[in-house]
Design a protein. Structure first.
Lengths: 256, 256
DNA sequence: TTAATAGTGTCTATGAGACAGTATCAA
DNA sequence: TTGATACTGTCTCATAGACACTATTAA
């Protein structure tokens, strides 16, 4: 944790060292499923030209506040709460991106997280440093030929990594259940899998697999209209996803 | 990338901002297989009491040097080269750990990587800030009942995460091939899988699986002693591992 | 009865695990 | 020939995929 010419200061308390420190930020890729597609929450950067990337859309996030954030995870939870009002969605560390070129203000490193939440009941709130907040369709944002404005910083790269990680984990985990409000039905869950994976999955094997994994608890029949009413389910454990013993398709997924 | 009370400075150049910045470091978990076990490279911290954790063993790493490191990945490669002399082993980002409590000098965040390399041909070199460098058996380091000294900082937690990530990816990737010097034989590769996984795997299905994945190129028969000589192989692409369509055992691995 | 969606059963293909058997070398 | 290790074949079992079939509601 220290070598080379960058010498650490003596073990004094508050004083900052003599060598320059990078900026430290946290950014969050917040996913939901809305309107038949995978969507991500973005905030619009302030329009003052003193700020980098004025008016462009970016992942929610910001500087770590050394005085109020005990660690990276709580910093991420704080920013999540500020933007969405949701206290405890599924939250996972994605990785980190750092370098001299990604922020015009100087060398910076961001710790990226990704979160999954149901769209229902989310109250979007602009923060102190965001002109606007909105959901965006991931497919449209990442369409290769799109002419529209790019995301701020290297956030498009981070978003791509988050989508890739989500897609690859969905092949063998119960992650999509965290995108739905409870109770949900198996057909709803299957549609969520299909939306994230971008391809249809077989109904019969899907149901067998979900029920065999033993992570769902029945909550009783859900009323519907003009057809056979489905069974409602909730997660037995909202704390962690379940891992399936095999992938969905017999072709190995991406991941890094 | 900015909100809340932690205000960013104006888009000036070098000057540092008014609010306190965390330290930014990079740490590397360097794995190899030696003497029939999985081992990790550790460095001993300097014994001067002005340094935190004097004399304790730690993962190699240190502060990001804003002047010479273009990004996190190149910072990691630099530290790797300094300790081992190896220029381009398999290197993957593991995650990041940050908080107020992990370094007595103040709020710090480290970007952790993990590397895989063959033990042969590695020249261990103490850095400017390391009293010694050595390989340690992972099993012994992480044995629950061990009395010996703990690792510095939160490096035991990082090491555990790295081992877990490695073990879970080994279930469905060709990662262990990066732990061997080329050319290697299929029995050698199988033994490497078994060392990392900590359990035996079936010879027949192992071979079928490796050859079906089409990532190995024959290099000719390797001479051995007193038995049938094995075929030697090398990786077709040293740039990236291959993903298998199914897990080894029908029980889902860990991962986070 | 029809339309619509929920849910089940049946067949096939694939590949892992177990394990027995064959191949090829030195001594 | 024996011993040792490399390599192959055969059998079984679990499960994904395809797809046809039954179930349950409203209109």
């Amino acid at each position: 944790m220290s070598n080379r010419k960058a010498r650490a200061p003596a073990a004094t308390r508050v004083p900052r060292p003599a060598f320059p420190l990078p900026y430290t930020t946290v950014d969050i890729v917040i996913f939901t499923v809305r309107g038949g597609g995978l969507e991500v929450l973005l905030v619009q950067r302030p329009t003052e030209t003193s700020e980098p990337f004025p008016g462009q859309w970016a992942l929610p996030g910001g500087f770590v506040n050394v005085d109020i954030d005990a660690d990276l995870q709580s910093c991420a939870r704080r920013k999540l709460r500020e933007k969405t009002g949701v206290a405890s969605p599924y939250l996972e560390q994605l990785g980190s991106w750092g370098g001299a070129a990604r922020d015009p203000r100087g060398w910076s490193a961001t710790h990226a997280f990704f979160a999954l939440m149901p769209a229902e009941g989310v109250e979007l709130a602009k923060g102190a440093n965001a002109a606007d907040v909105a959901w965006f369709k991931v497919d449209e944002l990442l369409a290769s030929g799109r002419k529209s404005q790019r995301l701020a910083f290297d956030h498009e790269e981070i978003l791509r990594a988050a989508v890739e990680r989500l897609r690859s984990k969905v092949e063998y985990t119960s992650l999509p259940a965290f995108l739905l409000p409870e109770p949900f039905t198996l057909p709803q869950l299957q549609r969520t899998y299909e939306v994230v994976l971008g391809r249809p999955v077989d109904k019969s094997s899907f149901r067998t697999r979900m029920l065999a994994a033993d992570f769902l608890a029945e909550t009783g029949i859900v009323e519907s209209s003009a057809n056979r009413p489905p069974m409602g389910y909730k997660l037995k454990d909202r704390g962690a996803p379940v891992f399936f013993p095999r992938m969905f398709s017999p072709r190995g997924g991406g991941e890094a």
